[in-house]
Design a protein around this ligand. Structure first.
Ligand code: SAM
Ligand code: DTB
Ligand code: SF4
Length: 335
């Protein structure tokens, strides 16, 4: 495949396109590594400062006991992972966590609940959390499972900036990972979020036993959404003992970097997040991910139920790479 697929003209930065075919995406994955990274870095510099990385912090506002059967997840009630289920947290406790995240340099606070979908009775507290975090000057993100159009509108009304709803893998492989909902359900909620005027955060997981073709198909689905998701998390599977994926083999870091690069090329105006799994990655792998166009990470010592690198370790990596945090509300595609 020619390297000119997405090559910019000197004058105008390339705009996202929504007509990607699986053959085109697979051809990107098959490029020699150096050509792929060069192309990704060239695209990256058109819309972003290549030395800026957005920092988000996660909080699990309702942990465990989830009725869904996502084969990778510590929080599904279908697997015995030893996790203790909790109720929805108090608003004040969530806001205390947000203040700590802001002090540690996060520009976005992401709140996750282990629900199939939120109950209407929970929406008042959820709205209070969004308003409180926003008042601190951080971007807000929620991930609560499937939404109705009315719930999406309530979240928008409360001031929600981003809604995370991952497609996780290809449409073809989805049924092997989750049986309690289908791929179409995911796309439907993403549509409701877009219709409500909320930025979409949607990505997936590598290391679940998928083939390169599945990774290509997943990125094709994401890039062909119109608009493209403004935020694209690429997670490395964290194998959880007690789940069907507890003994999965780790992903080859080079293959992981390739996927980041292809995502960057296909979604030039989106923030691509080097998401779960950094605790198990070398500094060099992370540096390659940034070179390939990743420009967001989770900071803080926990993700939802698993570990994330210590703050000092991340600050040290930023210093050694000359990286700076991205300011809130500076994504070029955000609504
Ligand atoms: N229940 C909501 C949902 O599934 O949409 C929100 C929370 S869910 C834990 C958020 C995302 O975290 C999942 O879609 C998945 O992509 C990611 N995730 C969960 N467990 C993971 C694991 N063990 N390794 C990597 N990513 C994981
Ligand atoms: C996303 O794509 N990854 C985050 C966030 N969105 C919600 C979650 C990662 C979870 C990793 C496993 C855990 O901590 O339970
Ligand atoms: Fe539930 Fe979300 Fe975990 Fe699936 S990924 S089991 S929906 S918390």
């Amino acid at each position: 495949m020619s390297l000119t697929t997405n090559t910019p003209t000197a004058a105008a930065p390339i705009e996202p396109r929504h007509t990607w075919t699986r053959d085109e995406v697979e051809a990107l994955f098959a490029l020699p590594f150096n050509d792929l990274i060069f192309e990704a870095q060239s695209v990256h510099r058109q819309w972003f400062d290549a030395n800026e990385v957005q920092k988000s912090t996660l909080l699990s506002i309702k942990t465990g006991g989830c009725p869904e059967d996502c084969n990778y997840c510590s929080q599904s009630a279908k697997f015995d992972t030893g996790l203790k289920a909790t109720k929805l947290m108090d608003v004040d406790a969530v806001l205390e966590g947000a203040a700590r995240a802001k002090a540690a340099g996060a520009s976005r606070y992401c709140m996750g609940a282990a629900w199939r979908s939120p109950k209407d009775r929970d929406m008042e507290d959820i709205a209070a959390m969004i308003k409180g975090v926003r008042a601190m000057g951080m971007e807000t993100c929620m991930t609560l499972g499937m939404l109705s159009p009315a719930q999406a509108a309530q979240l928008k009304e409360a001031g929600l900036d981003y809604y995370n709803h991952n497609i996780d893998t290809s449409e073809e492989f989805y049924g092997d990972i989750i049986t309690t909902r289908n791929f179409e359900d995911r796309i439907e909620t993403i549509g409701y979020v877009q219709d409500a005027g909320i930025n979409v955060c949607a990505g997936g997981i590598l290391g679940m036993g998928e083939e390169v073709g599945d990774r290509a198909s997943m990125l094709m689905t994401l890039a062909n959404l119109n608009p493209q998701p403004q935020s694209v998390p690429i997670n490395m599977l964290i194998p959880i003992a007690g789940t069907p994926m507890g003994d999965n083999e780790p992903v080859d870091p080079i293959d992981f970097v390739r996927c980041i690069a292809v995502a960057r090329i296909m979604m030039p105006k989106s923030v691509v997040r080097l998401s779960a799994g950094r605790e198990w990655m070398s500094d060099e792998t992370q540096a390659l991910c940034f070179l390939a166009g990743a420009n967001s990470i989770f900071v803080g010592e926990a993700l939802l139920t698993t570990a994330n690198p210590a703050l000092e370790k991340d600050n040290d990596l930023f210093d050694r790479l000359g990286l700076k945090p991205m300011a809130a509300h500076s994504c070029p595609s955000a609504v």
